[in-house]
Design a protein around this ligand. Structure first.
Ligand code: SF4
Length: 486
């Protein structure tokens, strides 16, 4: 059976090109310049397709005085017209909350201007720079960190030349991120004139382009563009998909073209309230991206940008999302959750806590896996380790652990937390005779008997082989004996 690159797209009753643009020809729809020219930029244009409550109209119009709107016909076609809280629409249409929070947040939350040696360049990390070559995008995301620069006048060529000059005279810069705005909204010739100047700089090793065009205007990724980009390798592209409904056949075809041009694709999502702030959505997004050969790279905490407070989630939400991905889907599909430190501190990775204890005296660490099971791992010590000090799973009800030494808890005692267990608290008694009382990553009981699951195989014989046996500091003979006693 032929495998499809394209993830299934859930059809809604009133969405798609046929619903919004029934009279547009195939040729027009496939023409990226037609798409770009027909972007919805005014409230009255959007209203023709999606009604705006009268009470909100004035607020929304006011919002557009601060930050422009742009929605390509293609991106509008992804919107479910029957859902006022549609996650696609929410990313690009002004709403009343944006007005209410218009004074909350910063113009330049990452201090990009502060780290700017010449206009358009941000030099924050030692060996790489950000180069902002464009002030326009195919769509304008309401949470954009660079709202402040979004107006349609093109960046003058002389400014772009000064940026190139800065990179050329700064030998420690080996990597440039060409961004904007969206560089791929430029015509191919203009973009090539910039890339060729960059490629001529001997110490510049890597060129990366940041673009949301494969998401918002996939028609732009045509053969001419891909052939041009392939001349300037090593060249990478960071794309920006936020929701699984953006993974359409058109987007998949655009990513496929770029991949075939030898361009590695990495995705940077932003965690947005009401868009993708739950585990099932992010799982569908990350696994769908993998099918399109796009590596989920970063999941950003939403920056403290002015007018985007309604998109921001607590940091714990991002940790919860990563916890719901790690171990449950391929590690390749799990992005790094990062907070871009306010004022220009750079990206700080934030992880669920899997290293629960680091005991330097005894040279051991206690680890928690995705199922909330605990394991002791010994660091190299260069000496023979006594039996009782071996690595393995911690806290096993049926077998006395050599590490956990504490009295049995009262029957109604609350289950100890993972950290308490790492520190030696005994497990709470399981409520059923068969459950081991452990939880999976979602905090629910996994409902399995550990004794049956891990010490005896499906054939009822003790498992003493490699993978199904969790070693807990007993000799093989002892383990077999205890399995037989169970
Ligand atoms: S495409 Fe990127 S640069 Fe453009 S508005 Fe969206 S987030 Fe900002």
């Amino acid at each position: 059976m032929e495998r499809t690159l394209v993830p299934p797209v859930v059809a809604t009753r009133r969405s798609g090109r046929a619903h919004y643009y029934p009279d547009v020809t195939d040729a027009q729809w496939a023409d990226w310049k037609w798409q770009f020219r027909h972007r919805l930029t005014k409230l009255e244009e959007l209203e023709k397709f999606l009604p705006i409550p009268a009470a909100e109209r004035a607020l929304r119009a006011d919002v557009l005085r601060d930050f422009r709107m742009g929605i390509t016909p293609y991106y509008l076609s992804l919107v479910d017209a029957d859902d006022p809280a549609d996650p696609i629409l929410r990313q690009v249409a002004p709403i009343a909350e944006e007005y209410l929070f218009r004074d909350v947040g910063e113009e330049d939350p990452l201090g990009e201007e502060r780290y700017s040696p010449v206009p358009g360049i941000t030099h924050r990390y030692p060996d790489r720079v950000l180069m902002v070559i464009s002030n326009s995008c195919a769509i304008y995301c309401r949470y954009c960190t660079r709202k402040r620069i979004m107006y349609e006048d093109a960046v003058p060529d002389v400014e772009i030349d000064r940026m190139v000059e800065y990179i050329a005279k700064t030998p420690r810069v080996r990597d440039v991120i060409v961004s904007g705005g969206d560089p791929l909204t430029y015509g191919t010739k203009k973009l090539e004139s910039i890339l060729s100047k960059l490629r001529a700089i001997p110490h510049l090793e890597i060129i990366r382009i940041g673009s949301r065009v494969p998401v918002s205007l996939p028609q732009r990724i045509d053969d001419e563009l891909c052939e041009m980009l392939a001349k300037y390798h090593p060249l990478w592209i960071n794309v920006h998909f936020n929701h699984p409904r953006e993974l359409t056949p058109d987007a998949a075809a655009a990513c496929d073209k770029l991949s075939r041009a030898g361009i590695p694709l990495n995705n940077q999502s932003v965690l947005l309230k009401g868009v993708n702030d739950d585990v099932p959505t992010m799982r569908a997004l990350c696994t769908g991206l993998m099918k399109m050969r796009v590596r989920p790279y970063y999941l950003y905490q939403c920056d403290q940008i002015r007018g985007a407070e309604h998109f921001r989630t607590p940091v714990s939400k991002g940790i919860e999302v990563i916890e719901g991905l790690r171990g449950h889907i391929s590690g390749l599909a799990v992005p790094t959750f990062v907070i871009d430190a306010p004022g220009g501190g750079g990206k700080v990775p934030v992880m669920p806590q899997y290293l629960l204890q680091h005991d330097t005296k005894n040279q051991r660490v206690v680890l928690r896996n995705f199922q909330d099971r605990l394991f002791v791992y010994h660091e190299p010590s260069g000496r023979a380790r006594p039996i009782g000090e071996r690595s393995g799973e911690l806290e096993v009800p049926a077998v006395a652990s050599p590490i956990v030494e504490s009295a049995a808890p009262a029957a109604n005692a609350p289950a100890p937390t993972a950290v308490e267990r790492a520190n030696g608290a005994a497990p709470a008694k399981a409520s059923s005779g068969t459950s081991n009382g452990k939880t999976n990553g979602n905090g629910k009981s996994n409902g399995r008997s550990r004794a049956a699951d891990q010490r005896v195989g499906a054939d009822g014989k003790p498992v003493v082989g490699k993978s199904r046996w969790v070693h807990r500091g007993h000799s093989r003979e002892e383990r077999v004996r205890k399995a037989n006693e169970t």
